[in-house]
Ligand binder design. Sequence first.
Ligand code: CLF
Ligand code: SF4
Length: 454
Amino acid sequence: MKQPSWLSSQAEEISRHPCYSEEAHRFYARMHIPVAPACNIQCNYCNRKFDCVNESRPGVVSEVLTPEQAERKVRGVAAQLMQLSVVGIAGPGDPLANPEQTFDTFARITKVVPDVSLCLSTNGLTLYRNVDEIIQLGIRHVTITINAVDPEVAQAIYPWVVDEGVRYEGREAAELLISRQLLGLEMLAKLGILVKVNSILIPGVNDHHLPAVSARVQELGATLHNVTPLIIAPGSQYEADGRKAPRPKELLNLQERLGKGGMKVMRHCRQCRADAIGLLGQDRNSDFPLEAMEAEPVVNEQARAMFQRELDATIRERVKAKRARRMQAGGPKTRVAVATRGGDKVNQHFGHATEFLIYDTDGADVQLLGVRKIQAYCHGTADCNGDKADTLQEIISILSDCRILLCSGIGDAPRASLNQSGVLPLVRQGGIQVAILESVKYSSYFENTNMSKG
Ligand code: CLF
Ligand code: SF4
């Protein structure tokens, strides 16, 4: 098959894709359209009542749209959200187990909003059969969730798969799924499609095996590896088995190991819903109700292009400045947790945070290490000083390797507990990078007060 001409602009596409480029995720938005309800495999961490866990937050249900509704919604959102650069289908089941809805939707979108990149996320079982369609429709980015490349390991993750009406179980199911995933990956990579691999880190099942997965998918042409922590869907097999999520340190160590193996590792994944809209970390779906969408909203392509050119210039400046800072880097590192609602700002109260961004800084360079999800500590101001000891202890243990916490506000009780645990909360507002660099002067706070973290 002849390579399409648009592949020459891959670097530009990466620079505008919020998942493939860490810089882009601060400026460019994605939109997921939930048109694919069915699935053709069973993962032990999933419960079908909810969205596909492979690229979604477990326990979340998205309302399924028809392709017609999806087209209307994408037009309406693109008309208002100038920074929308990617439209993806990631569920709520597997997009390729619903090929008619998925491809019909993509075909409609390319006609009405031709300037967005199309993105598809799949378990990979039927990927090889859909490669022609993917190329014809101009889908530039494909994510495959690959949790194992050894059937022995995969058997403990997938009890069954169904292909062309035949149900496979046990080792046979695992072998079929792996062979299909790797075949699909190889075919797409050879055609120049950007393939990202998602893997879920499942302690006691595939934790030891993910470096082998990373090496194999890199060999076959994957451009990015995104390892996310296991979060178990309520009612799933793993919940019944009492499996536990990995500790943040385990994930961090693994990501570092994969990076040393030469693989580009994604650190800023937010495990989005199948209907998420906005910048990563934001979920603005409720700002764009289908009922409120005009029948024929005006998508001003020129205005979108102008707006995005300005974003590109800002990103280029930031990348240049980052390179310059890297040249000066090398001092001792301080780990900083940031409570944010998005917009690249410290703008979240500690008690309302459901995730922290974790950074390392040496006072010159600032490096994003990952995102740690938590249960919010409080749901109203009264709780902030209240006794929610278990939740607070869990949050403190998740932040135990950090020296500083930046947030827009914090109650007295959590402030005291964090202080006692050697994490210094600082109340700040504004840009994350500036706040982190300013906070470094407090990195020896505990040494000076004889409370060394060791
Ligand atoms: Fe969506 Fe996935 Fe495309 Fe991104 S999400 S289909 S590649 S546009 Fe991104 Fe969200 Fe993580 Fe997915 S942060 S869950 S990796
Ligand atoms: Fe659930 Fe997604 Fe796995 Fe299907 S592929 S079983 S929807 S997690």
